[in-house]
Design a protein around this ligand. Structure first.
Ligand SMILES: O=C(O)CCC(=O)C(=O)O
Ligand SMILES: [Fe+2]
Length: 297
């Protein structure tokens, strides 16, 4: 049975325990996983953009919520969060079994201001036409608390265990629990876990989160990094990040360019017509994935 609260663990937790919690609850909070200096530097870089940005105008995006995107060009601190070791360890667990490599799906700042009403509950995997429950996760989201998250200031609300619900069951606000956590912690939830931004009843507090969504490498990404980054920016990134953004070949042969080349090589200067190509699946990558419907007790 899923818990009626979100389990909070220490960053030293082992894979086996993390896996058990995520399979049972579909969500977990990892407390104090990054130091405040990294967050303060990020918030300093984002401040002018947040000041200039207008609030949304819609039930889903809110009316007292500011959102920022294309964050790589706005702060050099972003990669520290996106390729954070513990986050990637969780993605290895939740997405790794179903693809050769996973990718960054989305990356946003959501700053919920005073008087915001709750965001409608939803599943982030609504992007993909999946039946629930499914053993295969299409996507998985991590969100970082850049400020303390409290029930009063709009902490994201989740329904632990709802990743195991079918498509008929309608989530109710009373079933949600707030992801209360300290600045520097992050919460992860599976694509099938119902959640939504919380109500902010404070008079002057902004609850600021950085969302980083990850998805199976064979799906279309929610945000299009190919147009929001220049080739020069990608060339200067560490390889792990460039590949995570999709400048990568998903085995056995998805996403190749020119003469069956890996996009990562193209971006680093591969010249067309300089080879006749080679078998992309030569190193033995076959269909890597097997699986069926999840068994619900
Ligand atoms: O800001 C939040 O707490 C939730 C945002 C969210 O779930 C979304 O925009 O998909
Ligand atoms: Fe969401």
């Amino acid at each position: 049975m899923a818990q009626s609260r979100i389990e909070t663990v220490d960053p030293t937790i082992g894979r086996h325990d993390l896996d058990g919690i995520l399979k049972r609850d579909g969500c977990v909070i990892v407390a104090d996983a990054i130091d405040h200096a990294a967050i303060d530097s990020l918030l300093g870089d984002l401040k002018p953009y947040l000041q200039q940005k207008s609030c949304g105008e819609g039930d889903f995006v809110g009316y007292h919520t500011k959102r920022l995107h294309s964050l790589f060009g706005k702060s050099k601190a972003i990669p520290d969060f996106i390729v954070h070791e513990k986050v990637l360890e969780i993605m290895d667990l939740t997405l790794g079994p179903w693809c050769d490599s996973y990718q960054l799906n989305s990356n946003s700042i959501t700053a919920i201001g005073p008087d915001e009403t709750p965001q409608p509950l939803h599943r982030d995997d609504l992007l993909y036409p999946l039946a629930h429950p499914s053993e295969r996760n299409a996507c998985c989201t991590a969100f970082w608390a850049l400020t303390d998250f409290t029930e009063e200031n709009g902490a994201t609300r989740l329904i632990p265990g709802s990743h195991l619900w079918d498509d008929e069951r309608v989530p109710q606000n009373e079933e949600t629990v707030p992801a209360v956590m300290s600045k520097g912690s992050f919460c992860v939830f599976l694509g099938g876990t119902y959640h939504g931004g919380g109500r902010n009843v404070t008079s002057d507090e902004w609850r600021i989160a950085m969302f980083a969504g990850y998805a199976l490498g064979w799906l279309r990404q929610e945000q299009n990094w190919y147009l929001s980054l220049t080739a020069d920016e990608v060339r200067q990134m560490p390889e792990v990040l460039a590949r995570l953004l999709g400048f990568n070949l998903h085995k056995p042969f998805l996403g190749w360019v020119q003469d069956f080349q890996d996009p990562y090589d193209i971006i680093h200067g591969y010249r067309e017509l300089s080879s006749g190509g080679s078998d992309l699946f030569a190193d033995g990558a076959e269909r890597p994935i097997q699986g069926g419907k999840v068994k619900v007790a």
